[in-house]
Design a protein around this ligand. Structure first.
Ligand code: ZZB
Length: 260
């Protein structure tokens, strides 16, 4: 499986992250995505609260906050100082990352977006860091709705209201059948109640993925008016060329054995 890793720049270094503050400007959380064309619609990032993460030395003095298995894979993809070796600087958990402000490429609507908790994040897929696009991803839409609706959930993870409540769905593409915010529409159609409604979310994801790719038309950004199918590789290439993204290959068998 090939993913695009989006480099989300860490803007502040609270708590345990203070050990990285001296590297300000060069510290990134890397989010694995299959939908680079939706990056205009980012409203937050997700991590697994109890998940184990680390800060690893990357290339050009950059530091990447990611899961250990993805650090190992990246080391074999020429993204670490020494081939095949990870260089961990700091151990972190998802809790250490809660509420951290980020600036993510193409996410122009908001000056900063925040790291929030999502309990369905898998540590054995991608980097364990996920960028959230509630306009087009049903998982993200429900994750954000849950946090907006439930003050207790925000409290439980120490999330401030201002890191959640001001963030609205940002439409990026339109699909004939579903309109401008497909995920919201499909979650309503299937009457999905929360981020834990796994079977229905899987169904919703399939519906939006397929229609988004085959019938979607971009409504924002440099490729507004073009089909998603055509815009997707161009946006991906733009992100890679500007140094805002990295190609990441995940060998499937290896992932399975590591996740047990
Ligand atoms: C932005 C985005 C926008 C995504 C969208 C999807 C959609 P797949 O097919 O299962 O590989 N993702 C990445 N890593 C993880 C993780 N560790 N745990 C949970 N979710 C993760 O799914 C790849 C997608 O799952 C990625 O693409 C990422 O979210 C998320 F509009 O990035 B995506 C209909 C889906 N729409």
């Amino acid at each position: 499986q090939e993913y695009t890793l989006i480099k989300m720049r860490v803007l502040e270094f609270p708590g345990k992250l203070s050990e990285l503050a001296q590297h300000e400007g060069k510290v990134f959380m890397l989010a694995a995505t299959l939908r680079p064309e939706t990056m205009y619609g980012q409203t937050n990032a997700w991590v697994l609260p109890d998940g184990a993460y680390g800060a690893y030395q990357g290339l050009n003095g950059e530091i990447y906050v990611i899961s250990e298995h993805s650090a190992r894979n990246l080391a074999y993809q020429d993204q670490s100082p020494e081939f095949g070796k990870t260089a961990k600087i700091l151990d972190l958990t998802g809790h250490d990352l809660m509420g951290v402000p980020l600036k993510s490429p193409l996410g122009e609507k908001y000056d900063a977006i925040y790291v929030l908790p999502l309990l369905t994040v898998s540590l054995s897929k991608g980097t364990g860091v996920v960028t959230s696009v509630p306009s087009d991803s049903p998982d993200d839409y429900m994750g954000l709705s849950d946090l907006k609706k439930k003050a207790k959930l925000r409290e439980k993870f120490g999330i401030k209201d201002e890191h959640v409540l001001p963030f609205e769905v940002v439409p990026v593409l339109t699909i004939p059948e579903f309109g401008d915010a497909a995920a919201e529409k499909v979650c309503a159609m299937l009457k999905i109640q929360s981020q834990n409604d796994k079977t229905k979310l899987e169904e919703a994801k399939k519906m939006t993925y397929l229609k988004g790719f085959t019938e979607g038309v971009m409504t924002v950004g440099k490729y507004a008016g073009q089909k998603v199918q055509d815009a997707k590789p161009l946006i991906k290439q733009d992100l890679l060329s500007s140094g805002d993204a990295i190609v990441y290959f995940e060998p499937e068998k290896q992932v399975m054995s590591r996740s047990g």
